[in-house]
Design a protein around this ligand. Structure first.
Ligand SMILES: Cc1ncc(COP(=O)(O)O)c(C=O)c1O
Length: 431
């Protein structure tokens, strides 16, 4: 028996009652529409809300929106981070807003083109793109080179096709979050960046951007400040005045906690972040544009995962819910994060320490461990909130097929992807 004093604390994830009501209503509709679980349900409306909050902070700090075209102000541009939430109707919805998209792979580029983005509205990031990008021969792309080898390989093509070019710089603020003593594998270290900038300037290339992406869930605006100062110093030393400063993504999420219960956005305020950016960009004489590539901040709250309880076990004082979806299939993020979990229908009464398991044959497959009402039973649904970032891209087909996906926007609710059929699951084998 596990004594109650050893149970994990019930966390307050800070979701407004309207948010909970919104998702419960939408999930009930989506279950009728899809007829299956596990189910991802994504909505554009929370993305629009986050975007509006960020936009108003940037405008209040003195930046101008991309549409305003004010020659006296630095304009800001949000690039949709494709990899964070690769959902076809989201891409089309974003295209409908006339906003640009950031891609990091051949498939993402193809998908952006198929969704109608002109090359001038596509930014290509990511490592080793000299292995695949030139074949497309797309004029007017924006491309941040990630290494000197990439730059050397792609430069002739980039000049012929009039690409807007930039360098991603590995600042001292960028490291592997799980092993902070090591750098990430991305971008050019300062010495290589100097070489790259001089090469591009010497070749009279259309070099316009300088870029970095630090990591995800950055805890404080001062981290961006330090990175920007470092990049400004490199540009100054190379004699380069960028038109564009691209600060990547990394803004923290609100209603998610680390496994240890840490609040990710505790020290972060959008207004003070925008004000500090306004000060920092003064280090770049002649700067015209500020680019942001936020993924998680914009889309985390825009989705939920719905699983159904299939079986219930109880041993050694622990209640175990075996569900048709979970960590291994649908929510790898649960390795690092705790999210709010809502029973549908509502259940109450005496609680027991409960583990929510997925259906795969691994003890690893645990979405959450927390006190839940004993009245929860097979056939009930559980809604895992904040599944709108980095859940779908990390979906697996471990013993089961892919989940159904419903999409919701101003036009209503749609089944965007049916649950994977057996033929699709197994039919790809050629031999
Ligand atoms: C280059 C780049 N930009 C933007 C992002 C989005 O990051 P986040 O979801 O933390 O905002 C990533 C994520 O890996 C990235 O690699």
């Amino acid at each position: 028996m596990i004594p109650q004093s050893k149970w994990p604390a019930r966390l307050d994830f800070g979701h407004a009652p309207e948010t909970i009501g919104f998702w419960k209503r939408l999930v009930s509709e989506a279950l009728l529409l899809s007829g299956s679980t596990p189910l991802y349900l994504f909505s554009a409306l929370p993305i629009a809300d986050c975007l509006a909050g960020l936009d108003s902070a940037l405008v209040a700090a003195g930046f101008s929106p991309e549409t305003a075209n004010s020659p006296l102000k630095i304009s800001f541009h949000h690039w949709l981070s494709f990899k964070t939430q690769p959902v076809a109707p989201l891409l089309r919805w974003w295209r409908g807003l006339n906003r640009p998209v950031e891609v990091v792979s051949e498939f993402e580029l193809r998908a952006a083109l198929a969704a109608g983005f002109p090359p001038a509205m596509i930014l290509v990031n990511g490592p080793a793109k000299h292995r695949w990008l030139a074949q497309f021969q797309l004029p007017e792309l924006s491309v941040n080179f990630d290494s000197l080898a990439e730059l050397d390989d792609l430069l002739p093509c980039a000049q012929r096709l009039n690409w807007r070019m930039g360098l991603r710089i590995l600042t001292g603020e960028e490291f592997d979050p799980e092993n902070p003593q090591f750098p990430t594998q991305f971008g050019l270290a300062p010495e290589a960046a100097m070489v790259g900038l001089k090469k591009l300037l010497g070749a009279r290339a259309r070099i316009e951007m300088v870029s970095f992406h630090l990591r995800t869930n950055i805890a404080a605006a001062s981290v961006f400040e330090r990175a920007i100062t470092e990049v400004a110093e490199i540009c100054r030393a190379a004699g380069f005045c960028p038109q564009v400063l691209d600060i990547g993504g990394g803004l923290p999420v609100r209603s998610v906690r680390s496994r240890g219960g840490k609040v990710y956005d505790g020290e972060f305020g959008l207004r003070s972040f925008a004000q500090s950016l306004r000060q920092s960009v003064k280090l770049f004489p002649g700067l015209r544009e500020l680019w942001l590539e936020n993924g998680r901040f914009l889309s985390s709250a825009s989705g939920v995962l719905v699983v159904k309880i299939l079986d219930v076990k109880e041993r050694r004082g622990l209640r175990q819910l075996i569900c048709d979806g979970g960590r291994t299939l649908n929510a790898l993020m649960s390795v690092w994060e705790q999210h709010a979990l809502l029973p549908l229908p509502e259940r109450s009464g005496e609680e027991a320490l409960t583990v929510v398991h997925g259906p795969t044959c691994m003890a690893f497959d645990q979405l959450a461990r927390l006190p839940l009402p004993r009245s929860l039973c097979a056939g009930d649904h559980l809604i895992w909130l904040d599944a709108g970032a980095y859940h779908l891209p990390w979906e697996t087909r471990f013993s089961h097929g892919h989940a159904a996906v419903c999409w919701h926007d101003e036009r209503g609710l749609m089944l965007a992807r049916a649950q994977q059929s057996f033929e699709d699951f197994w039919g790809g084998w050629k031999y």
